[in-house]
Design a protein around this ligand. Structure first.
Ligand code: ZN
Length: 475
């Protein structure tokens, strides 16, 4: 029996195909996949051929829930304090949105990111203003995952789901577990939830041990050879871990199919953030400046959240830059080797020598429910009329160099970013170089850049080593 999908409140949520950007005309269901036309498009791609043959197409759920009946002008008001405030009434202000969309009374705030200028980073990269959207300020895990966890738990409370399983490299599990722990402390035993963290065996023991505790079980799965487990196989594992307590009716696996929920939350954040930035630029009469947004790419959640948010918001002049670790990353399967070679040559010779892979374990996974979207991005280099999303690979040297700027002894310039989050900052210099070199008619010093810091969650020994080393370098 396949895992049952969960259908969102029919009156409020619609399903959107993320690949073609069209409404599917049905309520959002976590078991739904792309529209048939889009499946048709990617099934010939080499990466997906084997997966489709093993009937795992459902794992790639690339639709997102889109709320109906939200007054359009709410989305254009900048959503100030959207993620902190309690509702004052029904949909008169942006902060009314969350209680309206997630009616379960979670009572724990969703948290708030910070947005500020970092002049020393602008100077370092040779760019104009450099802003940071800092998500290390989220209170539960110190990472962007808190937004997603908040939405997931809200829905689980609403539908009385007790067992939540997810794939995690550490931070998604940490975030959901901490939130569940706080929730459990406030409710009678029958309303308490349990989290099951499914982790690849490449995740260090330190992270696994840190997660394990009351209301959190961890399981190590050896998927290194490329195995993708079906929803059914995962359920059977969770059922065994729970000693038979996790019955299907009260169980959700909140990775596949739930990615859209996280993505929806990031799209709200993206609107809030771009609106704020535009307002700030207007004050200094720089509203005509080109804005670049650099984001780290792991599974693609933040990237597609920004894409969706900007589509809805119509923020024309912002351009997205996907920062990836040099070497292994999710998009590698879609970028043909020839193109990689050419890129290296275009950069002025064989750069491959001397380039080393950075330490970015949160970004090196090969599986993402958003894989078809990432694939399409590399095929068309365009996404629903947004300008080309640029890709920058960051090597170890660039990662260490920028780490020293962010994690050095100077408190005023410190940013809480784990090595994987540093990849976005590591792309700054290369972006400035490309703007200068490509003759786009732009001066990098007139460009405005926003770097998205995904934060600092659980780190293994190799990640700690990078953090420590960068501090030594800066001294
Ligand atoms: Zn479609």
């Amino acid at each position: 029996m396949a895992e049952q999908g969960f259908e969102f409140d029919t009156d409020q949520w619609q399903a959107w195909c993320l690949l073609c950007g069209r409404s599917r005309g049905v309520p959002y269901n976590t078991a739904d996949s792309l529209c048939p036309d889009c499946v048709e498009q990617y099934q010939d791609a080499r990466f997906f051929r084997r997966i489709l043959r093993s009937n795992l197409a459902l794992s790639f759920t690339t639709i997102i829930p889109e709320p109906k009946r939200i007054p359009a002008d709410l989305f254009t008001r900048g959503c100030k304090d959207l993620f902190l405030r309690k509702s004052r009434g029904l949909l008169r202000d942006p902060w009314d949105l969350l209680p309206y969309l997630f009616p379960a009374d979670l009572r724990i705030p969703c948290g708030q990111p910070a947005l500020f200028k970092m002049p020393h980073l602008a100077q370092f990269a040779g760019l104009g203003q450099t802003w940071v959207l800092d998500m290390s300020t989220y209170g539960l895990s110190g990472t962007h995952k808190d937004l997603r966890s908040w939405a997931v738990l809200s829905k689980a409370i609403e539908h009385d789901i007790k067992h939540l399983a997810l794939w995690t490299a550490g931070n998604a599990g940490l975030s959901l577990t901490r939130l569940v722990k706080r929730w459990n402390a406030t409710v009678p035993p029958r309303q308490r939830k349990t989290v099951y963290c499914l982790m690849d065996d490449s995740v260090p023991d330190e992270i696994r041990l840190e997660l394990r505790g009351p209301y959190c079980w961890t399981a190590e799965l050896s998927t290194g050879s490329g195995a993708i487990l079906s929803r059914d196989q995962l359920y059977n594992m969770v059922a065994a871990m729970s000693g038979g307590k996790a019955e299907r009716e009260g169980y959700w696996q909140v990775t596949d199919g739930w990615d859209g929920v996280g993505l929806f939350m990031y799209s709200l954040l993206a609107q809030q953030c771009i609106k704020f930035l535009r307002d700030e630029l207007r004050k200094t009469k720089q509203e005509e400046s080109k804005v670049y947004v650099i984001l780290p790419i792991g599974t693609g959640n933040i990237l597609f959240g920004f894409i969706r948010g900007m589509e809805r918001f119509g923020a024309g002049r912002a351009k997205l830059v996907a920062a990836l670790p040099y070497g292994d990353h999710m998009m590698q399967s879609f970028v043909p080797p020839e193109e990689r070679e050419e890129e290296d040559e275009a950069d002025g010779g064989p750069r491959r020598m001397g380039l080393a892979e950075p330490e970015a374990p949160k970004l090196t996974g090969f599986y993402s429910p958003l894989a078809p979207c990432l694939w399409k991005l590399t095929q068309t280099k365009d996404f629903n009329n947004l300008e080309f999303v640029e890709r920058i690979e960051v090597d170890r040297a660039a990662q260490l160099e920028v780490a020293a700027r962010l994690q050095g002894p100077d408190d005023a310039t410190m940013i809480d970013a784990e090595p994987s989050a540093l990849i976005a900052f590591g792309a700054l210099k290369e972006l400035a170089r490309r703007i200068r070199k490509d003759g786009r008619g732009e001066n990098p010093e007139d460009s405005i850049v926003l770097v998205v810091n995904s934060g600092r969650g659980l780190m293994g020994p190799a990640e700690w080593a990078i953090s420590k080393r960068s501090i030594v370098v800066s001294r």
